[in-house]
Write a protein that binds this ligand. Structure first.
Ligand SMILES: Cc1cc2nc3c(=O)[nH]c(=O)nc-3n(C[C@H](O)[C@H](O)[C@H](O)COP(=O)(O)OP(=O)(O)OC[C@H]3O[C@@H](n4cnc5c(N)ncnc54)[C@H](O)[C@@H]3O)c2cc1C
Length: 462
């Protein structure tokens, strides 16, 4: 038996499991308060973000017992930080006046270089039903639809993905999913070329859990500086909006047993991070609602509405943070983050940039808005003239928002080895995988592939 961390024989495990599901292995070890335990279940899911909670739900509903391991003290991952859920052809889109078809969604995805047509087709054919299930089963009140983007903000300001997480966590518990927080998976257990379990580190100590299948749903690697240095050296030492648990654990564990990775050098960057007392957060709305970005001289440096990555690259090239400049109509972040002034010149003085230059930049931009043509950078969406006091400035800087590459999977979500063959017993869903959709719509991709992965697992376990 080839076990990543030294282990015991499966025969012994099965014998022990036949007697009891939890077997203290070193209860006599006086030098350690922590005990090592061996457990069995049907399916292990690693990571309780959108992909993992959904996969666990469908596997448990399909009649197989699930242990869901989560590294942090709470479920949610990056999914809980997100804003919108993408979908097509749903009743809610029709009802709210947006006729957005599968073909529209497919065409949108395929505009991004590197997107795989088969994965895109699988996603667009399944995401609508998944979104409708999420909204109905979890009783989420949709508040806005914009093309493929679906938003729901409740009375507490909680956005759709965070609502999905808290409600799905409760639903999973109700149907019997065994959710273990503060229990990171640390290694995969392999026997004769098949994955038969996971080694984890729980509050009580090490656990070996044996199962018929393992689904990795542990997210990307934006918060792993070593991996960023390896795959995106230009961005090493920078920051990310992701949780500190986003350290590529699933990728590393699977690579250790021979899994292949792909598109690891593909990232979604974000030009509008804000440093909230040491916590990096995204204030993306400052671009979408009509703000402009200026450098420390007070000059624009990019088409603010170009894709995240292009604007981030342009911002990195200026070598420092930038400022988003907004007026009262385009203010799109918490005003507590922003410097406020009654005139553009006063605003410039307050943030330490040359008032005349900033004033000229804004005046020039206003002529672009009036003529609806940005002669410098070709911006087309210019929804604010930046002339309604008070004015606001918020410092923003770029960083890694989302990792697009990951474990190579096939259309059945089986993780492939470096020879391109499925690794038996091992599946992947969400940002831990390279789903070949190049970072588009990752919340919806995670949830949809969470469901599809569960279906593949259930088929294979029949
Ligand atoms: C600030 C922000 C805003 C975003 N906005 C949007 C948006 O509006 N729309 C959109 O589509 N996408 C958005 N994204 C991207 C999107 O949220 C993620 O790509 C997606 O939700 C990932 O889902 P996931 O389930 O694969 O991973 P996650 O939701 O990150 O879940 C992974 C889980 O695995 C856990 N984990 C990690 N390692 C281990 C381990 N060893 N053992 C056990 N558990 C482990 C983590 O703690 C986490 O709970 C945003 C991302 C961020 C950071």
């Amino acid at each position: 038996m080839k076990l990543l961390k030294k282990g015991i024989s499966l025969f012994l495990v099965l014998m022990l499991a036949a007697c009891t599901t939890t077997t203290p292995e070193n209860s006599n070890a006086e030098d350690s308060k922590k005990k090592e335990a061996v457990e069995t279940t049907d399916v292990i899911v690693v990571g309780a973000g959108g992909a993992g909670l959904t996969a666990a739900y469908y596997v448990q509903q399909g009649g197989k017992d699930v242990i869901l391991l989560e590294k942090r003290a709470m479920t949610g991952g990056n999914t809980a930080l997100a804003g919108f859920f993408a979908a097509n052809s749903t009743q809610m889109q029709e009802e709210m006046g947006d006729h957005y078809t599968q073909q529209d969604h497919y065409d949108f995805l395929m505009e991004t270089e590197g997107t795989d047509p088969e994965f895109a087709k699988l996603f667009v054919e399944n995401v609508g039903a998944t979104a409708e299930w999420a909204v109905e089963a979890l009783q989420i009140q949709v508040t806005e639809v914009n093309g493929r983007e679906i938003y729901a903000v409740d009375e507490n300001g909680t956005k759709l993905p965070a609502q999905l997480i808290s409600k799905l966590t409760e639903l999973d518990k109700e149907i019997g999913v065994d959710i273990r927080t503060e229990t990171p998976a640390i290694a995969l257990i392999e026997e004769n070329g098949k994955i038969v379990g996971v080694e984890a580190e729980g509050p009580e100590g090490k656990i070996e859990i044996y199962a018929e299948a393992v689904i990795l749903a542990s997210g990307g690697f934006a918060a792993n500086q070593e991996m960023i240095a390896e795959y995106a050296p230009d961005w090493a030492g920078g920051t990310t909006s992701n949780t500190d648990a986003t350290t590529g654990d699933g990728i590393l564990m699977a690579q250790a047993i021979g899994a292949a990775v792909s598109n690891m050098d593909q990232f979604t960057l974000n030009p509008t991070f804000y440093d909230d007392q040491g916590r990096t957060m995204s204030v993306s709305g400052v671009r979408y609602e009509g703000g402009i970005l200026v450098d420390l001289e007070g000059k624009r440096f990019a088409n603010e509405m170009a894709n995240y990555t292009e604007v981030s690259e342009a911002e990195r090239a200026i070598g420092s943070h930038a400022f988003a400049i907004m007026d009262s109509q385009s203010l799109a972040c918490n005003p507590n983050y922003a410097t406020e002034a009654q005139t553009i010149e006063e605003l410039a003085e307050k943030i330490g940039i040359d008032p005349q230059t900033l004033s000229e930049t804004v005046t020039r931009y206003q002529t672009y808005v009036d003529q609806q043509e940005d002669e410098e950078f070709g911006r087309t969406d210019m929804r604010s003239r930046l002339d309604a006091a008070p004015y606001y400035a918020v410092p923003v800087f770029p960083g890694v928002h989302h990792t697009r590459g990951g474990l190579t999977i096939n259309l059945r979500s089986q993780v492939l080895n470096t020879a391109g063959e499925p690794i038996l017993g091992l599946y992947g869903a969400g940002e831990v995988t390279d789903n070949k959709l190049m970072g588009n719509d990752p919340v919806a991709v995670g949830v949809t592939f969470g469901k599809l992965t569960a279906q593949s697992v259930l088929e294979d376990l029949q």
